[in-house]
Design a binder for this molecule. Structure first.
Ligand SMILES: [Zn+2]
Ligand SMILES: [Zn+2]
Length: 104
């Protein structure tokens, strides 16, 4: 982990706790705490030109209804996932629906 405490410059005695899209870092030397953004990269091409997109978490509800029970943030690549990003843009502000929905 190439990171240093912004308060005292410590690079060894650091602890990180992952929280969704960030890592909460704390310095054991001076007690300073700060968030660190994860720089997401595309798993397919390694690119960093990514779009954070809310993906719907869909569960099978009563009957044949599918209900969106929440969202989670995924990162789509403008190179590899351009079509999916375009699909999300068309339906904004709705979250992106997952490719695979629970079967009826
Ligand atoms: Zn420190
Ligand atoms: Zn990519």
């Amino acid at each position: 982990m190439d990171v240093a405490c912004p308060s005292c410059g410590e690079t060894e005695e650091l602890r990180g706790v992952r929280r969704d899209e960030t890592i909460e870092l704390s310095c054991l030397e001076c007690g300073h705490e700060w968030p660190r953004d994860l720089a997401p990269t595309c798993t397919a091409c390694g690119g960093t030109d990514l779009q954070a997109v809310p993906l719907a978490i869909v569960e099978k509800g009563r009957g044949t209804q599918l209900s969106v029970v929440g969202t989670r943030t995924i990162h789509l690549c403008y190179e590899c996932d351009a079509e999916t990003i375009a699909r999300w843009h068309r339906n904004r502000p709705n979250p992106l629906m997952p490719d695979e929905l629970p079967t009826m």
